[in-house]
Structures are given as structure tokens and as C-alpha cells.
Design a protein around this ligand. Structure first.
Ligand SMILES: CC(=O)SCCNC(=O)CCNC(=O)[C@H](O)C(C)(C)COP(=O)(O)OP(=O)(O)OC[C@H]1O[C@@H](n2cnc3c(N)ncnc32)[C@H](O)[C@@H]1OP(=O)(O)O
Length: 241
């Protein structure tokens, strides 16, 4: 197994490293722009993220911000960004998962669902049948997407969110922790509450600057990968466009 270079020596990076270990990566190193960091989860932090250019190995961008995940994956286009799946995730055989995505422990992803590139399906989340998640989507801890839900690129579904079936959520949107989405969201922004409502523009929000393009993933190639640890499961992932 190749070396895995994890960008981002944070709590998220720590979880990613553990899943990489369970995916049989033996040589794991971190890069992080915080020069004070020397180790993470027992693995060395070698230097800033730009060092990918001088290091051999697969790359995983373990950064919570979807825009940064996108930027770093595009910078190192052509390198291998593995799909990392915790052995205690339950994934239907026909699910498609884009490169550079991570699926964490206790998740369930049901049939005919497509997950884009650079996505995070976080601990104990579920994404039910016939869903489509665009690139760089984050489904946070314990969030649940019912069947036939579509989520646009770079949208962050907060922890504990429930999304009812047959709902579409547009790109570049944040769904606050604990919200319940019962209707389609077509206008980007921050939505909170039960049922969720858009936060007014003059309220304090933490969305920052340059939100990226709103295109959904349009990758086409299908590539089979074998699962090293659960012989009864298999899944496919989509190669970057
Ligand atoms: C492994 C992991 O850790 S995965 C990470 C998962 N993390 C999450 O899911 C966090 C999601 N983030 C949130 O829900 C945030 O609160 C956001 C993005 C919705 C808003 O953040 P901010 O802009 O910083 O809002 P801020 O904290 O200043 O709150 C503004 C107001 O909205 C309210 N508010 C904030 N979030 C929520 C929420 N999820 N639901 C209801 N009300 C909320 C606050 O109580 C506050 O109300 P007040 O003005 O009456 O006091």
C-alpha cells in the first residue's frame, strides 16, 4: 500500500488517519501549515501542504472547509485521492463515491446513491436511497438524509439535521445543527430551526468570502474497487472529471 499524505493535522485529520490505517495504509504522514505541529495521532507532521509536490504517495485532504478541499484537490490534480471508508460503514453495492471522499464509522448509505468528490459522510450519518450529493458536500455527525434527496456542491449539512424525502438543497448552503428540512431549498444561505428557515442577511453568520461555483458533479467514469476488510461489500467510485 502506498504512503498516504493527509493534509490537515486536526481532529478531522485524526479520524481520517484512523480510517486510513483500517484501509491498510501503513505509511501515513501529515502536512499542515501550522509549523508548531509536529505529530498528529502518532504520525509525523512533515511541513506545510505545499510539500505534496516533493512527496510520493496518495493524498487525502482532511480539511472541514469544502472550498479548501476543492482548492487543494485541484492543485494536486493527477495524484491519487483515495476513497476512505470505515469498515463499520454499511454501503449498498451500487453506491458511487467520488475520489477524496471519506465515509466514517456507523454510517449507512443506501442503494442508487451518488456521492461526489471530496465529500465527508461523518460519523453515524445516513444517506438513503437515490440521493445525489454534489462535490465537497459535508454530511455532519448524525445527520440523516431520507430517500431521493439532492444536495448541491459545497453544501454543509450540520450535525443532527434531518432532510425529508424528495427534497433538493442547493449549492453553497449551510444547514445549521438540528434543523429539519421539509421543503426544497433553492436559494443559497444559512438555514436553521424546525422547520428550517433562512437566516436573515443582517444576522451574524460565519459564511465567509468566495463561495465556489455551483455546478454539480458531472463525473462519468465508473471504477470498481475492492474492499480490503469486508469481503461481502463492494462499491464503486467515480474518477475525477
Ligand atoms: C465531527 C464534527 O464535529 S462535524 C461538525 C458539525 N458541526 C455542526 O454541525 C455545526 C453547525 N453550525 C451551526 O449550526 C451554526 O450555529 C451556524 C452555522 C448555523 C450559525 O453559526 P454562527 O453564524 O456562528 O451563529 P451564532 O452562533 O452567532 O448564532 C446566531 C444566532 O443563531 C442561533 N443559532 C445558531 N445556530 C443555530 C442552530 N443550529 N439552530 C437554531 N439556532 C441557532 C444562536 O442561538 C444565535 O441566536 P441569538 O442571536 O438569539 O443568540
Amino acid at each position: 500500500m502506498n504512503r498516504l499524505i493527509i493534509i490537515g493535522a486536526s481532529g478531522h485529520g485524526r479520524v481520517v488517519a484512523d480510517i486510513a490505517r483500517l484501509n491498510e495504509y501503513k505509511d501515513i504522514v501529515f502536512l499542515d501549515n501550522n509549523s508548531d505541529l509536529k505529530e498528529c495521532a502518532g504520525y509525523p507532521v512533515l511541513g506545510p501542504d505545499i510539500m505534496t509536490a516533493e512527496l510520493d504517495g496518495d493524498i487525502f485532504v482532511a480539511v472541514g472547509n469544502g472550498r479548501i478541499r476543492k482548492k487543494l484537490m485541484e492543485r494536486d490534480k493527477g495524484r491519487i485521492f483515495p476513497v476512505l471508508i470505515h469498515p463499520h460503514a454499511v454501503i449498498a453495492a451500487d453506491v458511487l463515491i467520488g475520489e477524496g471522499s471519506v465515509v466514517m464509522a456507523g454510517t449507512v448509505i443506501n442503494g442508487n446513491t451518488e456521492i461526489g468528490r471530496g465529500c465527508i459522510v461523518n460519523t453515524s450519518a445516513s444517506v438513503d436511497h437515490d440521493c445525489i450529493l454534489g462535490n465537497f458536500v459535508h454530511v455532519s455527525v448524525g445527520a440523516h438524509l431520507c430517500g431521493t434527496v439532492t444536495v448541491g456542491e459545497d453544501t454543509w449539512i450540520g450535525t443532527g439535521v434531518i432532510v425529508s424525502n424528495n427534497v433538493e438543497i442547493c449549492s453553497d448552503t449551510i444547514i445549521g445543527a438540528g434543523a429539519v428540512i421539509i421543503n426544497t431549498i433553492a436559494e443559497e444561505g444559512i438555514y436553521i430551526g424546525v422547520p428550517a428557515k433562512k437566516v436573515d442577511g443582517d444576522e451574524k453568520v460565519n459564511i465567509t468570502d468566495d463561495k465556489v461555483s455551483k455546478i454539480k458533479g458531472s463525473n462519468s467514469g465508473r471504477y470498481s474497487v475492492s474492499c480490503p476488510f469486508v469481503a461481502t461489500y463492494s462499491w464503486q467510485y467515480r474518477k475525477a472529471a
